[in-house]
Design a protein around this ligand. Structure first.
Ligand SMILES: [Zn+2]
Length: 508
């Protein structure tokens, strides 16, 4: 995989010449760099810099007094960026920048967010003068700006550099977004602060960088998605075990006290709980006594044949439980199955589709749920092949993940199957594949230890491969995400189609 070597520095006007000499030395000693990004308050000093002998340079000025200055290419290798925007390099690295200080950010908030809202993709590097609020709070500062939060959320840059603290170097541990993309945040102080004023790193260049990057051992909870944050609605589709995954990584560093803190997600913050004020209720299809049904955020499947909606939905217990009680005979388990069965019937009778259901039973999950995806008839027989292929990837390529070995069972009442699921100590991934409403479903089940890391997107990965929708693996990709209006329309269509099958209407 190709990668680029990048240096990020912060230069103040009075020491500009001295600093650029040091940058040249660094380039000789630790480089050569493919790209050097220089941040400075002073536009007039930046354009005077003698940059001969340096590789491609991006000069970023945050001089609020120079609002008229336009970003421009000053020579083949030197580009000056100003105010805000997004810049794409020849090697496809994308850089968004927003150089305003907090006051101007507030004034220009709408213009800024409007402009960035038009961006379709995530970016590689984000350069801002200011910090985001949650990271600022976390490090005990009183600064930070919500516009930066919005941008951080939207762009999910792999590296975010800020410069407002001119005296201290700061590096936050890496964190990940729902969907698995990793981000790092740093503040680079100015040259002459006596602290680390230049930061060098390698960044991969290419399409599949997210998939390739192995997760660092010091991964922390995403500060922008912290439980205290009511700024962002948590979507319904993500697999809730993500907190769990992070536990494990923290525990590897021995910080045991952190574990407990992170594992407690209160129902008011759980994105599947009715008591969460941010519950996305415009996506709800049906509410039963113990269980409810919603459409999926960033659905995997797409309208096909007679089906004019994605058809991807979630069956969720109303109670906040990580895992079902064993036995499969509890009222809740029966109710979940009744929903599953009604959806499978609708898919088959109304839309001529088969159905695949995916679930994770783990004591380390947050709020149990089942994902239900319609599968065209001509593809359903390829399920086993799709599963085997993803198992191969999981076991051979993503070596940090628990090794998965799926066993196939012929029915939900198979004795061997019940032996596994009736044991409360077992944690497992399960697919239930329905070809027709008359035949028994095939069950594919793989056990794992609670202490192992599992790929929470595994189910989606298998089904995306089966459906030949490789670009839809991640629910939060621009390809999958829908506007609120589209989500409401999906839910309405689903509700209309499901009306004749809805078991909440007949439940006693
Ligand atoms: Zn919950």
């Amino acid at each position: 995989m190709a990668s680029a070597k990048v240096l990020v520095t912060h230069i103040k006007e009075s020491d500009a010449d001295e600093a650029i000499t040091k940058v040249k030395k660094l380039n000789g000693k630790s480089g050569p760099f493919d790209l050097i990004i220089i941040f400075s308050k002073s536009y007039s000093e930046l354009i005077k810099l003698n940059t001969t002998g340096l590789p491609q340079l991006l000069l970023i000025s945050s001089d609020d007094n120079d609002n008229d200055s336009k970003s421009k290419k000053m020579s083949e290798d030197v580009t000056l960026l100003h105010n805000f925007g997004t810049y794409k390099l020849a090697n496809n690295i994308t850089i968004s920048y927003l150089t305003y200080s907090s006051d101007v950010l507030q004034e220009q908030k709408k213009t800024i967010l409007d402009k960035f809202s038009k961006l379709d993709n995530q970016v590689d590097i984000l350069i801002t003068e200011e910090w985001g609020l949650p990271i600022s709070e976390r490090s005990g500062k009183l600064s930070g700006n919500e516009v930066i939060d919005e941008l951080a959320n939207k762009l999910q840059a792999r590296y975010h550099f800020a410069f407002s603290d001119e005296k201290n170097f700061f590096e936050l541990e890496p964190f990940s977004w729902e969907g698995g993309r990793l981000s790092r945040f740093l503040n680079v102080p100015k040259y002459g602060s006596g602290k680390r004023w230049a930061y060098a790193f390698n960044i991969s260049v290419g399409d599949n960088e997210d998939e390739e990057e192995t997760e660092p051992p010091n991964l922390i909870t995403n500060p922008y998605e912290s439980v205290n944050s009511d700024r962002k609605k948590r979507p319904l589709e993500i697999e809730t075990g993500d907190m769990v995954d992070q536990d494990r990584k923290i525990s590897a560093t021995g910080e045991k006290s952190e574990i407990k803190k992170m594992r407690t997600i209160l129902p008011t913050n759980c994105h599947f709980c009715f008591s969460n004020p941010n519950l996305e209720d415009h996506m709800i299809i049906s509410i039963g006594k113990l269980v409810y049904l919603t459409t999926a955020k960033g659905p995997l499947s797409v309208p096909k044949g007679d089906m004019d909606m994605s058809g991807h939905c979630l069956i969720i217990p109303i109670e906040h439980i990580p895992k079902l009680n064993p036995g499969g005979k509890t009222e809740l388990a029966q109710s979940l199955l009744a929903y599953e069965s009604s959806l499978m019937k609708m898919n088959y009778v109304k839309f001529d589709m088969c159905t695949a259901v995916f679930e994770i039973q783990s004591e380390r999950s947050v709020h149990f749920h089942k994902q239900v995806v319609p599968i065209p008839k001509y593809l359903i027989l390829k399920f086993r092949a799709a599963l085997d292929r993803q198992v191969h990837f999981n076991n051979e390529k993503f070596t940090r993940n628990a090794k998965l070995e799926f066993r196939c069972y012929d029915s939900l009442s198979s004795k061997e199957y019940l032996n596994v699921v009736n044991d409360q100590a077992n944690n497992y991934l399960q697919f239930t594949v329905y070809e027709t409403p008359e035949s028994n479903p095939k069950i594919f089940l793989a056990s794992f230890n609670a202490s192992e890391t599992i790929d929470l997107q595994f189910g989606r990965r298998v089904l995306a491969f089966l459906l030949n929708l490789p670009r839809r693996v991640k629910w939060n990709s621009p390809t999958c995400l829908q506007t609120k209006q589209q989500e409401s329309t999906e839910a309405e269509k689903f509700q209309k189609a499901y009306k004749d099958y809805d078991i909440s209407l007949t439940e006693s």
